[in-house]
Design a protein around this ligand. Structure first.
Ligand code: G3P
Length: 217
């Protein structure tokens, strides 16, 4: 399973990239706003830190303007992945861009039928938002299972990018279902390492090591 960092915070991205655990980055207009940085500049900087796909989202709602925005965004770096909304204009833009060899992430997916359309439009990634799905009384993980089943039925190559991940259980369940990618805020990714028995184990081993009077170096 690939891990993408869902942030536009450069310090966080650098720090996570050094762990070797992240395979890409996803941003959205809200995360760009939160960063306080210029969209193009911060996206260029992120693309220089990670080798994998960096999603940069268009804000136009019509196909023609989406294409113009995508044209500007894809010039930033070879690893830019254009993010488009799951609308008919977004899907039309997706088809045009992927036919031209550009990676596309179709975002704001809330139903398996929408994911089916994204795959038919040739999307590189589809982003079902599990957290927001749960927030609204639906079952985010059932959505991931349904999309996995449909994509496997027809051998679609579109990767399921689980987004709006809020906690470790989302990551675990998505991995069990066989989602291709998950994107999460840095604190959720770092939190995956935590286990009370790991901490207790280290404490016990170091106590005994101190008593042994030895040193490795
Ligand atoms: O990048 C899209 C998605 O991950 C947003 O998550 O927590 O704002 O629902 P959230």
């Amino acid at each position: 399973m690939k891990f993408f960092a869902d942030t536009a915070d450069i310090a966080d991205i650098r720090d996570l990239a050094e762990t070797g655990l992240i395979d890409g980055v996803t941003t959205n207009p809200s995360l760009i706003h939160k960063s306080g940085r210029d969209f193009i500049e911060v996206t260029r900087e992120i693309c220089g830190i990670v080798d994998g796909p960096v999603s940069a989202e268009v804000v136009a709602l019509d196909h023609e303007t989406m294409m113009k925005e995508a044209e500007k965004l894809r010039k930033i770096a070879d690893n830019v992945c254009i993010k488009v909304p799951l609308t008919l204009d977004g899907l039309k833009t997706c088809r045009a861009l992927t036919d031209d060899g550009t990676m596309v992430n179709v975002t704001l997916c809330f139903s398996a039928n929408q994911a089916l359309l994204a795959a038919k439009a040739g999307a590189t990634f589809v982003s079902p938002f599990v957290g927001r799905h749960d927030d609204n009384g639906f079952d985010g993980m059932q959505l991931i299972s349904d999309i996995r089943l449909i994509y496997d039925n027809y051998d679609f190559e579109t990767e399921i990018l689980v987004a709006s991940v809020r906690h470790a259980t989302h990551v675990l369940e998505a991995a069990k279902i066989g989602a291709d990618v998950m994107t999460a805020p840095p604190k959720v990714i770092r939190g995956l390492v935590n286990h009370v028995l790991t901490d207790k184990g280290i404490e016990g081993f170091l106590k005994d090591w101190d008593s042994s009077g030895q040193s490795i170096l």
